[in-house]
Design a protein around this ligand. Structure first.
Ligand SMILES: Cc1cc2nc3c(=O)[nH]c(=O)nc-3n(C[C@H](O)[C@H](O)[C@H](O)COP(=O)(O)OP(=O)(O)OC[C@H]3O[C@@H](n4cnc5c(N)ncnc54)[C@H](O)[C@@H]3O)c2cc1C
Length: 565
């Protein structure tokens, strides 16, 4: 038996589902296979970042995420304690998600929605597209790549029967142990074992009233040995996840260890039900390549990071959105050679940055193991109070990096992409905690509210958009002609709004289908076709000098060599 699909996606975790949804939304037929039945025994991710929410907004499902059953009034505090019935060392207060405001830089805010609520939302979204096939109980066994496509062997898990599926493109979103990555011969670099950690999901309806620290999202436990345990509120109700953080030394925590840890955290025995145990290795790895001509990897298949920071899935969904429009372009035939190649060039540096930051966050959480707490912080009395105040202040300040990360979520840029036309302006430093919006080519096009209540972000998504900004914006005829000649979908939108002009800083701004700025200028380009060719990956951009030098000299870093079809 054999079938054909334009894109075969392997692995229906959040990233595979997001890619199938993105392609479905673009009208591209695809097949998503998943070897399990889709049940999530232990939800991993629980923070849906603001950029992911912006994608959900574009897909029309932001309300579904907002309305997920994690209670809106559940405080999102992160609390540092010696024990739940011990001492509080510090606290970062955050309101429940219903009370949290959108940051001024975005029409969306992050949402606390764990994977067993978020995956079904993505699945429902995927299910709205009749041209997307989602098959559970279907496992990729092997594949072969040719110049024209891929032939995959897919096993029906229930019957054991194997069928052949041919595809123009194959994308492995098959997680950390990716078969697609392995069979494509792609290696990973970094640190394969930061910690051996044990996660335990437990049910305890009374949990918040068994101690005096109140309802909070996360408790981080500091003992004489430093940070040793965390407990997070998984569903804002009766389910919690305890993580015995562990270390780089391999230890297999037994059930007795687990029960001992819970009793130590509470300060006494209490009633609970263990729902599942997951022993896992925290890694710091990025794939050395993101694919070949016809085979790509995305999500955890391409990068594995410590959950400290909540970047893992969010980085993967950015991969899916970057790859989605490029696959559409390739299948519709308006693509140049550099377009699919730019996927790795754009996305790998973002992964390296996020993986590194996630490890730094882990280092901060475990800084208590270097600067061990003084014995007084575990003792009653004024000396203990003073020691707790000082140590708690330091740890609270140290941990703040992990909680304020807007620059990572919204501020990633594709400065060195071959399909972005640099404009010679100096690159601002990559943002971390805060984020100043920029329309510099390669950056996410900024958000501003429009008079009709939409965001500028609502203008982008399907094809390219050329913004003509200001009353005296130049004409766009040459760009429209060039795009039409090359078959590139282009919409022109004129806006005469001072706040938008201030943010975008040029009178003509070309925004890509993924919402990143591709080109901007005050005047129409002398060679509009050259610009269109660069942004569709047919312009063969070459970096004349190192980008940093070019930026320091205030000169453009790209030149076009031929490249017209
Ligand atoms: C404790 C913890 C907390 C986390 N918190 C966050 C967070 O708050 N925010 C965040 O962004 N990230 C977080 N992460 C990371 C996040 O969970 C992962 O980055 C994310 O799940 C990766 O999604 P994925 O779809 O790439 O891979 P996976 O979720 O691993 O999905 C891969 C899928 O592929 C399937 N598969 C594998 N091989 C095959 C095959 N041969 N054929 C068919 N199917 C196959 C698997 O069954 C699986 O369903 C956390 C991780 C952990 C461990």
């Amino acid at each position: 038996m054999s079938e054909h699909t334009p894109v075969l996606i392997v692995g229906a975790g959040p990233v595979g589902l997001a890619l199938a949804g993105e392609l479905g939304w673009r009208g591209v037929a695809c097949t998503l296979i998943e070897k399990t039945d889709g049940a999530i025994e232990q939800p991993k991710m629980d923070i849906v970042g603001p950029r992911t929410m912006e994608f959900c907004r574009r897909w029309g499902i932001a309300d579904w995420v907002r309305d997920a059953p994690y209670p809106g009034d559940y405080p999102q505090d992160c609390v540092y304690v010696t024990g739940l019935n011990g001492y509080e060392l510090g606290r970062e207060c955050f309101p429940g998600r219903a009370q949290e405001k959108c940051p001024p830089q975005s029409p969306q805010k992050r949402e606390r929605v764990p994977q067993d609520m978020f995956d079904p939302i993505l699945r429902r979204f995927v299910g709205t597209f009749p041209h997307v096939r989602l098959r559970y109980g279907a496992e990729l066994m092997s594949f072969a790549e040719t110049a024209d496509g891929v032939t995959a062997q897919v096993r029906d898990v229930a019957t054991g029967e194997t069928r052949q599926v041919s595809a123009d493109y194959l994308v492995g979103t098959d997680g950390g142990a990716s078969l697609v990555r392995e069979r494509a011969g792609i290696t990973m670099s970094g640190n394969p074992a930061l910690t051996y950690t044990t996660n335990v999901m437990f049910r305890c309806a009374d949990f918040p009233v068994l101690h005096d620290k109140g309802r909070a999202y996360r408790f981080i436990f500091v003992g004489p040995e430093g940070t040793w345990l965390t407990i997070v509120a998984i569903n804002g109700g009766d389910r919690f996840r305890m993580s015995i953080v562990g270390s780089a030394d391999k230890v297999t925590h037994t059930e007795a260890d687990i029960r001992g840890a819970l009793a130590r955290a509470m300060g006494r025995a209490f009633d609970y039900e263990i729902l599942s145990v997951m022993r896992w290795v925290r890694r710091e790895l990025v794939a050395d390549s993101y694919g070949t001509q016809r085979v790509f990897i995305a999500g955890d298949a391409a990068h594995l990071m410590s959950p400290t920071g909540g970047f893992g899935m969010n980085t993967g969904i950015q991969d899916a959105v970057d790859l989605g429009w490029k696959l559409e372009a390739a299948l519709r035939g308006w693509v140049g050679d550099a377009l699919l190649r730019s996927y790795e060039i754009e996305r790998r540096p973002v992964a390296v940055r996020n993986v590194t930051e996630a490890s730094s966050n882990l280092g901060r959480m475990l800084a208590t193991r270097q600067r061990l707490p003084p014995a007084e912080i575990f003792q009653a009395g004024p000396a203990g109070d003073a020691a707790r105040a000082e140590y708690g202040r330091w740890f609270t300040e140290t941990m703040r990096h992990e909680w304020f990360t807007l620059g990572f979520h919204l501020g990633y840029r594709y400065d060195r992409s071959p399909i972005v036309c640099a404009d010679g302006t100096p690159a601002p430093p990559l943002p971390t905690a805060s984020y100043v919006q920029t329309a510099r080519p390669g950056a996410r096009a900024p958000h501003a509210w429009l008079p009709d209540g939409r965001s500028t972000l609502d203008l982008f998504g399907r094809g390219f958009v050329l913004l003509r900004l200001g009353r005296d914006a130049p004409g766009s005829e040459n760009m429209e002609r060039a795009a039409a000649q090359a078959g590139v979908p282009l919409e022109v939108i004129a806006l005469d709004l001072p706040e938008v002009s201030d943010l975008y800083q040029r009178r003509l701004v070309l925004v890509r289908p993924d919402g990143h700025v591709a080109w901007r200028a005050d005047e129409p380009p002398a060679d509009a076709r050259a610009v269109i060719d660069i942004v569709r990956g047919a312009g063969e951009c070459a970096t004349l000098v190192a980008p940093a030098d070019a930026e320091a000299a205030g000169s453009a870093i790209h030149t076009v060599r031929g490249g017209r079809p």
